[in-house]
Design a protein around this ligand. Sequence first.
Ligand SMILES: [Mn+2]
Length: 344
Amino acid sequence: MQNSERAAIVHHWDADGIAAAALAMRTVLGNRVVYAGVPHIGFYSPEAIDTQGILQRDPDTILILDYGLGRESYEALANIVGSRVRLVIVDHHAVEPWGPEGRHVYCNPVAQGLGVEDKWPSTAYLLHHVLELRDAASNVLAALGIVGDLAPYVDAGKPHRGLEIAEDLLRDTGLSIPILRKAVVYVDSCYRVYDTGCVDHVRAILAEKGVEDVLRDPVVGDAYLRAQKLVDEARRSVELVYRKRGLAVYRLGIDAYVTSVVGRELAARHPGELVALIHTIPRLGQGFVYIRALGRDLRILAEELRRRGFRVGGKQSVAVVEFRDPVEAEKAVEVLKGLAISSG
Ligand SMILES: [Mn+2]
């Protein structure tokens, strides 16, 4: 990355992805960034990335941060961008690792079996570690990514190794985990209302100013209010449709990307149970089955769903099945019912 003259950055739309992008801009890449943006919000595939728009800027490197794609996707992407462009992937999602040929770089210690997510609680922190950054602004961005990805632990007051790392990073910065937690709600409001302009704006604030500037920015404040309204509406309209043998299934239809907020709250309401939230998003023409069980490792379950042909993303603690056709969602839930029974 240090050798790049013209770098493009593609990053996940959540707080960790934005923090990681801001960190790269603030440190190694600086004014050599020719493109920074997010994939089509809500979609996880090479097609969701604006490769034509990126290639028009003639980058020598495309840095992809926290996006959670697997091997096949990166192979396809390497073919699309051609041999003149170097792909640099930095991620901590539990996906099938890519072993790239040529000059591409793949850094995902979780996928590559070099430590569980406890050790790599955020992509921003991973990047901070790899680049051996030590300055206060970088420490804060690394911590912001951790607090973003570990928000359920912060909210539940549950200890996590990652939060200890965040505490260490915040020492002498004048900031605290509660302040970062608040900033995460503001930052994540942008994607909840599908506002990529807001994502770009927040990234620039974090790259050029700081976390506290996010909290007093009017554009972000407006996205925050719009997102809060939609989350409240989602909380009111979500419906329990099935509850048996350790599995609770909910249904939601709302045009906002509030799947994870609602899914996390439902998981907290059902400790010890597997919770599935079927969220249909009409304006995207797709939906997600968000699967979570507090403190349980869902990687085997995700693997089982993948084996049966479902498109599954997620992390150690959460699995997300994408669907276009509601019938697919029903099928995924049927698989969960079977698995819930077989695991007792
Ligand atoms: Mn992340």
